[in-house]
Design a protein around this ligand. Structure first.
Ligand code: S3P
Length: 173
């Protein structure tokens, strides 16, 4: 007999400051399942922080580790999974995601900047947080929109409110 297919109940995507980790943890709690964040999976594997990987080894190495971590986790994790904001840049990852319940957390520039603050621990934001987030939003929003089965607005909303909407919409989907 073949073993049942394992898959996350929801895969959260969106840019830095969209609230993927906070909302993902709440959503997992509400659904009574586990939570994983691809950045943490990469950090465990590498034995160092995302920031240290960017500094010591460079972004290309981080992206390779991230692609492997996402592929592995999509195939084994049955809870909620949040992806680092740039994971969708990889075409192989996008192909894998086509088969999953992807939830895009939308955020506008002002709220994203507010939530990210000084960008501590986020190497891609070094220098000018606002300008970098604007650039990332412009470049990546079409990718997130293209992958999402569900898109949720997060501007001005609490993580609890966003998680509750996702629970309802997953049930309807
Ligand atoms: C990145 C987002 C980060 C982390 C890394 C690169 C990106 O994750 O993966 O710093 O390219 O947008 P969060 O979106 O969880 O902050």
């Amino acid at each position: 007999m073949s073993s049942p297919v394992r898959r996350p109940v929801a895969v959260l995507v969106g840019t830095m400051g969209a609230g993927k980790t906070t909302v993902g943890e709440l959503l997992a709690e509400r659904l009574g399942v586990g939570f994983l964040d691809s950045d943490h999976v990469v950090e465990e594997q590498a034995g160092k922080s995302v920031q240290e990987i960017f500094v010591d080894d460079g972004e290309a190495t981080f992206r390779t580790l991230e692609r492997d971590a996402v592929a592995r986790t999509l195939a084994t994790h049955e809870g909620v999974l949040s992806l680092g904001g740039g994971a969708v840049l990889d075409p192989a990852t996008r192909d894998l995601l086509a088969d999953h319940d992807v939830v895009f957390l939308r955020v506008g520039l002002a709220d994203a900047v507010k939530r990210v603050g000084l960008g501590v621990g986020r190497p891609l934001l070094l220098g000018n947080v606002r300008a970098r987030i604007k650039q990332l939003l412009d470049e990546r929003t079409p990718l997130y929109e293209g992958l999402a089965r569900i898109a949720v607005d997060t501007d001005g909303r609490s993580p609890e409110d966003v998680a509750a909407e996702i629970v309802g919409r997953l049930a309807d989907a």
